[in-house]
Design a protein around this ligand. Structure first.
Ligand SMILES: Cc1ncc(C[n+]2csc(CCOP(=O)(O)OP(=O)(O)O)c2C)c(N)n1
Ligand SMILES: [Mg+2]
Length: 332
């Protein structure tokens, strides 16, 4: 990576270290989740590993005091950047009552926190897309300059919800950023069996919007692209579809064994593009990170992860008599 690219983007040394720390926090929480799952303590994990640069680079380019995010299940980096805490993530992993995402009712990865404008999603993939478009329409009607940022996998861009949402946003030139995290697999189905066009961003032309494909392993490229897209949205120039090409460094979920459909060579290549390692090299080349600071950041993160794990493990489960809460309307 070229020297001091972050300065050209208007990012201070502090901000760029903030991006790194958030990426690493996401990675370390995710790794802990796998250990907890394999030791029988939590039922399920679905990972962000390999997609942290796309997620955190994008989130830092948005207005984190104002914009709405509609993340999909891998977006740990997005929600941490938007103010969800490691403790809240762990409470969801352990399915405890205090979990702000769903009070332990949904599977992990169904992120939601009203105060921070993180909008909860459903398990059918891509249902968050029309919701994002609706939020953008509301912003337009209310005359404010909020942007709705929605993410999804490339496999999910085949769902009707994506096409209906993209079409409506294109026609009405709504302030929505559609970000596809293309990790080249939908569970075990490789990209060439998912789509017949070359790029996911080729789909943008059908909806009269700008489409861009970028390297999802580089948080600075993602930051720049999302920043420009957000400016377009706020200027009333309409939606943008951004495809971030990255790798899924884990099996699809803790219930999948990807050794049955991915070769060792392919995995080695993916690991050589690990966004955390690449970004560490960039920071070191630019004199922003040395081994001492790297250890300090990692130790700080591990303290948070350990505290969050202990807290969530000890926290109480939801009461059985509250199982139907939020299912049916209740008079206040
Ligand atoms: C409508 C719908 N169909 C199928 C599923 C089962 N499913 C869950 S994740 C997934 C793969 C999605 O792949 P992609 O969109 O590329 O996202 P990735 O997991 O690779 O990040 C599928 C088929 C689902 N949740 N919803
Ligand atoms: Mg995928």
């Amino acid at each position: 990576m070229a020297k001091n690219r972050h300065k050209e983007l208007g990012l201070s040394d502090q901000e760029v270290l903030g991006i790194y720390e958030t990426m690493l926090l996401a990675r370390r929480i995710d790794e802990r989740m796998w250990l907890l799952n394999r030791s029988g303590k939590i039922p399920f994990v679905i990972s962000c590993q390999g997609q942290e640069a796309a997620q955190v680079g994008a989130a830092f380019a948005l207005d984190r005091e104002k914009d709405y995010v509609l993340p999909y299940y891998r977006d740990l980096g997005v929600v941490l950047a938007f103010g969800m805490t490691p403790k809240e993530i762990m409470l969801s992993g352990f399915a405890k009552a205090e979990d702000p995402n769903s009070g332990g009712r949904q599977m992990p990865g169904h992120f939601g926190k009203k105060k921070n404008r993180i909008v909860t999603g459903s398990s059918p993939v891509t249902t968050q897309v029309p919701h994002a478009v609706g939020i953008a329409l509301a912003a337009r009607m209310e005359g404010n300059d909020q942007v709705a940022f929605v993410t999804f996998g490339e496999g999910s861009s085949n769902q009707g919800d994506f096409h209906e949402g993209a079409n409506f946003a294109g026609v009405h030139r709504l302030p929505v950023i559609f970000m596809c995290e293309n990790n080249k697999y939908a569970i075990s189905v490789p990209i060439e069996k998912q789509i017949a066009c070359e790029k996911i961003s080729d789909r943008a032309v059908g909806y009269g919007m700008q489409g861009i494909t970028i390297d999802g392993n580089d948080p600075l490229i993602v930051y720049k692209t999302v920043k420009e897209a957000a400016a377009r949205c706020r200027n009333g120039e309409g939606p943008v579809l951004i495809e971030t090409v990255c790798n899924r460094l884990t099996p699809h979920s803790s219930d999948d064994d990807d050794r049955t459909y991915r070769s060792q060579d392919e995995m080695e290549k993916a690991k050589s593009q690990d966004p955390i390692i690449l970004f560490e090299s960039y920071l070191k080349e630019n004199g922003l990170l040395d081994n001492e600071l790297e250890k300090e950041i990692n130790d700080r993160i591990m303290r948070q992860v350990n505290e969050a794990t202990d807290y969530a493990e000890e926290a109480p489960y939801a009461l059985p008599e509250e199982a139907l809460k939020h299912v049916y309307h209740e008079e206040a």
